[in-house]
Design a protein around this ligand. Structure first.
Ligand code: SF4
Ligand code: SF4
Length: 387
């Protein structure tokens, strides 16, 4: 049975968040728990979500007030704390500076790691992927504390504690994993193996203001007023997805693969929620990216042709597009899929959907939210679109 602390926190106010997180640690076992989690002289790495270069108070990244509150607590157990991430697009230092995380880190003497140096890791006990290049700082830390943001995600439906470690793969190497794992089932297995390799020891999920709709970068704010924390990343995610509307956690791809592979606690019967009652914290009418029973779950048994007919597609919102070309640049299948074509005064992306692997990196990283996912007419007719 895995313990998960579910906390109510109404504001991004650092003293308040610190108080709530201390209450959470108290529920999990207090000082003894923290001493076990962070043995003496441990090198602790904090891994926030820095998906891209975003300003302070952005919904896309872990909020700097949560980051500061965590540092204040962890400082009582380690004097060797660092933080880092590798954004999907853009420079990690700039991402840390613009989001306010660097300013907080400097205030407390927390070292920044740019995640550019990697180590080669072999994994014998993997589900699928045995060989890895992982950010050295993440791999070599004694304790990794994951600080994800609660958001929707076009491919994985939801991004939280497990998905957050994808940032431990340095820079453009992330794109190659999309090419190697075009199938969502395998991509999620890869994420679990990556977590085995990184070995994150604890997760604190920032869900005070979550992202609904067109996540993980261009969705809308949803005030969830929650922080979720625990040692089991899958258990933290299982609680989070139930809060946003997946009554069955197996309706989300990562947790389905985790359950099938016996990788961590997923089912409600294996998770002990302490603190707030789950029912009282559930979001109402949270706009999901996708609902269970859709494309992902029918993918293994259907032909590529049928998949192409049924699957959701990246779709342009023309009046938002600024013609920057980032989508074409970021696409792991480039140059086969996206071609920039002149439309009036600017260039617009044009997709060759026969070659598209539906990784949704283009949707994820468009700087102005000009790409959304839409089901084909057949997909809608067959009721795969259950948002
Ligand atoms: S869709 Fe987005 S990423 Fe692509 S060119 Fe337009 S604005 Fe840039
Ligand atoms: S077009 Fe978008 S969804 Fe398709 S392969 Fe490229 S990045 Fe992935």
């Amino acid at each position: 049975m895995e313990n998960v602390a579910l906390l109510k926190c109404m504001e991004y106010e650092v003293d308040l968040i610190e108080k709530k997180l201390r209450e959470g640690f108290e529920l999990l076992g207090g000082d003894e728990f923290l001493k076990k989690l962070i043995p003496k002289n441990s090198r602790v790495l904090l891994k926030p979500n820095m998906l891209s270069v975003e300003s302070k108070d952005s919904l896309v990244v872990t909020h700097y007030a949560v980051f500061e509150a965590v540092i204040r607590i962890i400082m009582g157990y380690s004097n060797n704390i660092s933080f880092g991430d590798s954004p999907g697009f853009g420079d990690s230092r700039k991402a840390a500076e613009k989001s306010g995380l660097m300013e907080v880190a400097d205030k407390y003497g927390v070292k920044f790691e740019d995640f550019k140096e990697s180590v080669h890791v072999k994994l014998d006990n993997s589900i699928l992927c045995k060989s890895w290049n992982i950010a050295k700082a993440a791999y070599e830390a004694d304790v990794v504390i994951s600080l994800p943001k609660l958001k929707t995600h076009a491919m994985a439906y939801y991004t939280g504690a497990v998905k957050n470690q994808f940032g431990c793969i340095p820079g453009s190497q992330k794109a190659t994993w999309h090419t190697r794992m075009p199938d969502a089932n395998n991509f999620c297995k890869m994420l679990l193996d990556l977590n085995t390799a990184v070995g994150a020891n604890f997760a604190i999920l920032d869900g005070i203001i979550a992202m609904e709709g067109n996540g993980p970068k261009s969705g809308d704010p949803y005030k969830m007023n929650t922080l979720i924390m625990g040692k089991s990343l899958t258990a933290v995610d299982s609680v989070a997805v139930r809060l946003i509307g997946y009554d069955n956690p197996l309706d989300t791809p990562v947790l389905k693969e985790a359950y099938d592979s016996k990788w961590g606690a997923v089912l409600p019967r294996d998770i002990n929620i302490i603190g707030e009652e789950l029912e009282s914290m559930k979001a109402k009418n949270f706009k999901l990216c996708r609902k269970g029973g859709s494309f992902y779950f029918i993918s293994p048994g259907v032909t590529n042709f049928l998949r192409g007919m049924i699957a959701p597609n990246p779709t342009l919102i023309k009046d938002k597009c600024i013609g920057c070309g980032r989508c074409a640049e970021i696409c792991p299948e480039k140059p086969l899929v996206i071609e920039m074509v002149k439309k009036g005064d600017i260039l617009n992306p044009k997709w060759n959907m026969h070659e598209c692997i539906r990784c949704f990196c283009c949707q994820e990283l468009c700087p102005v939210g000009a790409i959304e996912t839409k089901y084909s007419t057949l997909g809608k007719l067959l009721k795969f679109d259950k948002r």
